[in-house]
Design a protein around this ligand. Sequence first.
Ligand SMILES: C[C@@H](N)C(=O)N[C@H](C)C(=O)O
Ligand SMILES: [Zn+2]
Length: 208
Amino acid sequence: QENSGTLPKGFVYAKEVIPKLRTDLRYYSENNFIGKPIDGYNKPKCILTKEAAQALKKVQQDFEKLGFGLLVFDAYRPQRAVNQFVKWAQDTTDTKMKNQYYPNIDKKDLFKEEYIAAKSGHSRGSTVDLTIVSLKTGHILDLGSDFDLFDKKSHVNFKNVTKNQRSIRLMLQRRMVKHGFKPHEKEWWHFTLAKEPYPDTYFDFSIE
Ligand SMILES: C[C@@H](N)C(=O)N[C@H](C)C(=O)O
Ligand SMILES: [Zn+2]
């Protein structure tokens, strides 16, 4: 059971604030760009600062009126997980997930190209990676590229997506911005609360 009282002050389990929120926490699983569970993700739980969770609740409420909801891939990310990303990028022999996640870029360039950050907003607790899902059918909407595809196709303004994919990207972006989040121009799924409560702190408590 999730009890936000067990978390560091200022953090909550997002589902306590947003009961219909869906999650597919990829760094807890093997289905991510490294291909194995990531350090610090000991439970598949979505943790955010209170402020980010409250703002996200408003986005969810907007989508629920249309029969949709949010599906979160990642939220609070311990610094030890980010450290694992940095170490992994330096090991040029491990390209297990290249075809699926970074087919057109050398893994050592993922940080320079801003697809992954060595100091990530996720570790400050007010950043979230997410998409849109139909509440009725569970169908995940097609935004033109998959989560964590580190490629031009994932840039918010990539031109070669269909009209429909483009309008869904913009619909997600508009709703997130309306409720206080800033987008990332190279990753349509990544948003940071503009008025984040801990702009200079990189947390490292594990996800339990
Ligand atoms: C790794 C990806 N999901 C992501 O969140 N990238 C940004 C740039 C980050 O690491 O903060
Ligand atoms: Zn992200």
